[in-house]
Write a protein that binds this ligand. Structure first.
Ligand code: BJW
Length: 255
């Protein structure tokens, strides 16, 4: 089905759009994905790096992995897919972006309504108290740095402010994500493999509520058969065109 037909159908009624986003949206910004070709989980085991057990067992290794990713992130900029979502929000068509990404690039692209359900790599937090500090600077990201300690709790380690496997999501953020999905008539599913729960359950919830699902990915995922429309290809190319067409048709029909 062509982009033109898809956007025609999607603008038959005024809709509330919500986006659920994964690592694929930041690939063109230079950030590696987790799964698939070139994915980080081909090189490393998730249980050695992205679990509370891994951090307790070998905090140096875990911090080294986060520092390596931070060095890439410090050079990264949002790409046209991030900007396309900002454009949809500015036009009043997009209610919000639920991102699994911890890179903060959607915020740098100036989207206002974002929930970062898996946390934020740019912040470190104490394991034992509520101390939080930004660490997205070259000095902190340097190789072979000492393990960062909490200035309040003395011996407690700081850890990246992200959600690892086996950890609950922040309930306030999660409730906001669920609330948005419950309001959505259209859910954009962008650059996610759709296998990590509970986020992977959001498209199923939206579908149950009668929302139309539009998937943007370079390949099929477990969410493809659930989706009403699948736009295969790099989202940094397809999403801007999709958004511009949708905005134009909205303006023609409703302004
Ligand atoms: C492009 C592209 C381009 C490439 N254009 N596309 C129910 C069922 C089964 C399991 C569970 C369940 N409930 C919970 C679980 C366990 C677990 C889980 O889901 N495991 C599955 C893997 C089986 N979930 C959890 O543990 C979660 N916690 C939880 O549920 O807690 C419950 C609890 C309650 C009370 C007390 C205690 C616990 C937490 C999950 C945390 C995930 N964390 C990570 C790391 C975050 C920090 C960091 O970044 O370092 O989050 S893992 C990693 O996966 C990261 C991502 O956000 C997440 C999702 O990955 P994503 O974004 O989809 O990326 P990829 O790489 O998988 O896919 C990229 C896609 O882009 C691909 O499809 C490409 O094709 C595509 N692509 N280029 C468009 N240019």
């Amino acid at each position: 089905m062509s982009l033109d037909s898809i956007t025609n159908e999607l603008t038959e009624q005024k809709s509330i759009i919500v986006a659920v986003v994964g690592a694929g949206i930041s690939k063109a910004s230079g950030m590696p994905t987790f799964r698939g070709e070139d994915g980080m989980w081909n090189q490393y085991h998730a249980q050695d790096l992205a679990t509370p057990y891994a951090f307790n067992n070998n905090p140096n290794l875990v911090w080294e992995w986060y520092r390596a990713r931070m060095r890439i992130l410090l050079e990264a900029q949002p790409n046209p897919a991030h900007h396309a979502l900002t454009m949809l929000e500015k036009e009043g068509i997009l209610l919000g972006v639920i991102t699994q990404n911890v890179d903060g690039l959607q915020e740098i692209a100036k989207t206002k309504n974002i929930v970062e359900v898996h946390g934020r790599i740019r912040y470190a937090r104490c394991q034992d108290c509520d101390f939080i500090q930004r660490w997205d600077n070259k000095d902190f990201a340097k190789e072979k740095r000492k393990l960062p300690k909490c200035p309040r709790c003395e011996d407690s380690l700081l850890r990246p402010d992200v959600v690892w496997f086996g950890e609950p999501l922040n309930q306030i953020k999660w409730q906001k994500a669920v609330e948005w999905v419950n309001q959505a008539n259209i859910l954009l599913i962008i650059g996610t493999s759709g296998v990590v729960h509970p986020v992977a359950s959001l498209p199923w919830a939206a579908k149950k509520n009668g929302a139309k699902l539009v998937e943007f990915n370079i390949e099929e995922t477990p969410l493809t058969s659930l989706s009403d429309y699948s736009l295969f290809g790099p989202c940094e190319q397809i999403l801007p065109e999709f958004s511009e067409t949708l905005i134009k048709k909205y303006a023609e029909r409703y302004k």
